[in-house]
Ligand binder design. Structure first.
Ligand code: KG4
Ligand code: ZN
Length: 331
């Protein structure tokens, strides 16, 4: 008998639902919340309300697209955290209500683990143990993945996340939120004419807040001389900032690979959609003889498909949770 899971993701500003059959993603529906563009970042209260509006249509669309009826579901998976608590509450409560009404079990999923396990949605799949650079709007981690349920963070950011560095730079440049994809596009038309300082952090940890400050001072200084500096040099600024962020990420990843002697290397999370990071990893992999794993775009940014894929590992172990389960902003 086939195993059908419904997965729900609502940790930040995207409402997503997915149906997974025997570990294979049948549908992966994502409703973005454009409303946050007005504010230049995610407003938690606004995000919760938008999840509330989106969740029923998104779940219905995911079931319809997969051609699966609610009665055919075997379990419901949801993101328990980390994330915005008000956003998580919507997904968790919806999952509880639906699981209760259908009389089926629930599976809790850690959002960060799911970004890593998104690599099991498609072939080729990494072999354990592998290293995963997980880079999103909230996190920057190098993770040693020994098994689906055995992950150790070897290094992480001590301040801003890589995605945050893109988004905050975008704000300084007057770009809408989220700026990461826009900077990526503009960078492809620019040259790396500005060399921003490299953050100095020991070991495998990262720091991006100093970079943001140096960009701010650099732009202020240039604009004192030429008010149109940003507009006239937008593509080059984007390229220079992106090059710096990507080079820092890849340098630490290379160090981690050397230290652990692992040559199965993956990237995950929203920033793994970045074209320079993707091509940079491929080049580094060729140089070092790594097997590299880059997720398809739909599995980079937040999506319920990855929650379902992570949940299927747990389903096979009958690793379910009771209805007393609560969302957790920090896990
Ligand atoms: O994983 P994700 O969807 O949400 C979190 O869990 O945070 O990641 C969102 C982040 C945002 O900061 C966004 O600007 C960034 O991923 N991002 C990108 C690109 N696409 C998304 N950053 C750089 N280049 C991209 N192409
Ligand atoms: Zn995420």
């Amino acid at each position: 008998m086939a195993v059908n899971l419904l997965a729900i993701e609502s940790s930040c500003d995207d409402t997503s639902a997915s149906v997974i059959r025997d570990g294979i993603v049948l549908s992966n529906v994502v409703a973005n919340q454009a409303v946050h563009q007005l504010y230049g970042g995610v407003v938690p209260e606004v995000a919760s309300r938008a999840h509330q509006e989106n969740i029923l249509p998104v779940v219905s669309a995911a079931l319809k697209k997969a051609n699966v009826k609610p009665e055919e579901l075997n379990a419901i998976a949801f993101t328990r955290g980390p994330g915005l608590i008000g956003s998580l509450i919507v997904g968790v409560s919806f999952a509880k209500g639906m699981a209760l009404s259908l009389g089926i079990p629930m599976i809790e999923v850690n959002h960060m683990n799911a970004h890593v396990l998104a690599h099991f949605a498609e072939d080729p799949k990494p072999a354990f143990p592998f290293l995963c650079l997980t880079v999103s709007g909230g996190h920057t981690q190098i993770v040693l993945v020994k098994a689906d349920d055995d992950m150790t963070v070897l290094g992480k950011t001590i301040d801003d996340a890589a995605g945050e560095a893109f988004d905050k730079t975008g704000k300084l440049l007057g770009l809408p939120y989220p700026a990461g994809p826009i900077i990526d596009k503009k960078a492809q038309l620019g040259e790396p004419t500005i060399v921003f300082p490299k953050p100095k952090v020991a070991g495998l940890n990262f720091s991006f807040s100093g970079l943001k400050t140096s960009i701010r001072y650099f732009l202020q200084k240039q604009r004192d001389e030429n008010l149109n500096y940003i507009e006239e040099n937008m593509n080059d600024i984007c390229r220079s900032v992106q090059d710096r962020i990507v080079s820092v990420l890849l340098e630490k990843l290379e160090t981690a690979a050397k230290q652990t002697s692992i040559n199965e290397i993956a990237i995950a999370g929203g920033v793994s959609a970045n074209s320079a990071l993707r091509s940079g990893l491929t080049d580094l992999g060729n140089k070092n003889g790594w097997n590299t794993y880059i997720p398809a775009f739909q599995y980079c940014t937040d999506n319920a498909g990855m929650i379902g894929v992570a949940a299927y590992f747990k389903y096979l172990k009958a690793d379910f949770v009771g209805h007393e389960v609560m969302p957790s902003a920090r896990i």
